[in-house]
Design a protein around this ligand. Structure first.
Ligand code: NAG
Length: 376
């Protein structure tokens, strides 16, 4: 992940320069949809594009992390989402579509390496460290404020939305988006065909108008921490890689959790204060995730199951991640698009709602707080 952040920072800076040039190139249109999580919510599908994907398999374009990929940087202007008003996003899903609205997935020759977003006008205090320790978590310092992320994803997890809010609102909150905030999108797409394609990035956002409850924070943590740990994925065998301890800095709730693995991955486990808490498992194949390359059927990860919450967290608690790979069950594909040993990943995302200012929740299902941690 450290590599990824280092690669993305210059992109964020150059995005500002590109803004004026790109403004005319892209359209931002929104269609209303029926809410799925909360009956009182609103939901809109915003299309961003058109994006021209150059003829595929022709090498790296831009700052792609894939040898045959193409990077795209787009700034979504303020007031594009949520009908132009302040809102609290309770669920968000990024996707890729063709002009006619059908999904642009691997079955149609488009592999989404990743689409990441950041909020250009919002800074947040992280609730969890991005570096881990093998020793005492008290040694991990409170991080300084960072630019807030935004709804993102990659091929294995863009079938399910990121859920920032609880279904029943008992822990009220979600991702607060302001009408004066713009979103920087960093996409990395791979055209698997030797023909140009036109695609659109889509944002399916379910939201409550105004800012309600608490602002949910996102997180993206790698099992490799910051120490350059390697994820074990030996050929023809199963192996686990367990992280050190990542420290929490706030009282609150992990709304849920979801892993991100590349092909060969089986599951990711979440441990809180050393105790196994839940898993997010890889789902292989199915519609849109099966294709033929070099005459061989290739099934990619089509989704990751959700580790359901809310999970109660106290300031000073810690989490560990365990990435499970098994190349005897899921051998790596031969073609170099989005796979290969260099791209073994084990990431975790958990939206977080802090308790400050919220009524005590009724439905916290897991309480594994250590009780003996230092207070701030
Ligand atoms: C990996 O961890 C899981 C539990 O999370 C365990 O069931 C499995 O046996 C472990 N596999 C190896 C190869 O250590």
């Amino acid at each position: 992940m450290k590599v990824q952040i280092a690669l993305l920072l210059p992109v964020a800076i150059s995005a500002a320069v590109l803004d004026s040039r790109q403004a005319a190139q892209y359209r931002f249109t929104t269609k209303e949809l029926k809410p799925q999580l909360r009956a009182n919510a609103k939901r809109g599908l915003t299309r961003v594009g058109p994006i021209k994907l150059l003829a595929g398999l022709s090498g790296r374009h831009g700052m792609s992390m894939d040898p045959n990929g193409q990077s795209v940087q787009i700034t979504i202007p303020k007031a594009t989402f949520c009908g132009g008003s302040d809102c609290t996003i309770v669920a968000g899903l990024v996707g890729v579509q063709f002009e006619d609205g059908t999904a642009a997935d691997v079955s149609k020759g488009v592999y989404t390496h990743h689409i990441l977003g950041s909020n250009a006008n919002k800074r947040v205090d992280p609730f969890v460290s991005s570096c881990d320790t093998a020793g005492d978590v008290k040694s991990i310092r409170r991080p300084t404020a960072v630019a807030a992320g935004f709804v993102g994803g990659s091929d294995d997890n863009i079938n399910e939305p990121t859920v920032y809010g609880t279904k029943d609102g008992s822990i009220e909150g979600g991702y607060w988006l302001g009408k004066d905030q713009s979103v920087r999108v960093m996409g990395d797409l791979v055209n698997l065909h030797k023909k140009e394609k036109t695609v659109y990035i889509t944002y399916d956002l379910e939201y409550i108008p105004g800012h309600v409850g608490a602002d949910a924070l996102g997180s993206l943590i790698s099992v490799t921490g910051c120490g350059g740990k390697k994820i074990a994925a030996p050929a023809g065998a199963a192996a686990n890689t367990t992280s050190g301890k990542f420290r929490f800095f706030r009282d609150g709730y992990l709304v849920n959790g979801k892993g991100h693995l590349h092909d060969g991955g089986v599951a990711m486990d979440l441990l809180i204060n050393g105790k196994y808490t839940c898993s997010s498992e890889a789902i292989y194949g199915g519609e849109g995730a099966t294709t033929v390359q070099n005459g061989k059927k290739w099934e990619t990860i089509s989704g990751m199951t959700i580790c359901s919450g809310p999970i109660k967290i106290k300031d000073g608690d810690y989490m560990q991640l365990n990435a499970r790979y098994d190349l005897s069950k899921h051998p790596l594909r031969e073609h170099g698009t989005g796979g290969g040993m260099a791209e073994i990943m084990g990431m975790w995302t958990s939206p977080f709602i802090g308790v400050k200012g919220n009524a005590p929740p009724k439905n916290a299902i897991v309480d594994v707080s250590s009780g003996d941690v230092e207070r701030h």
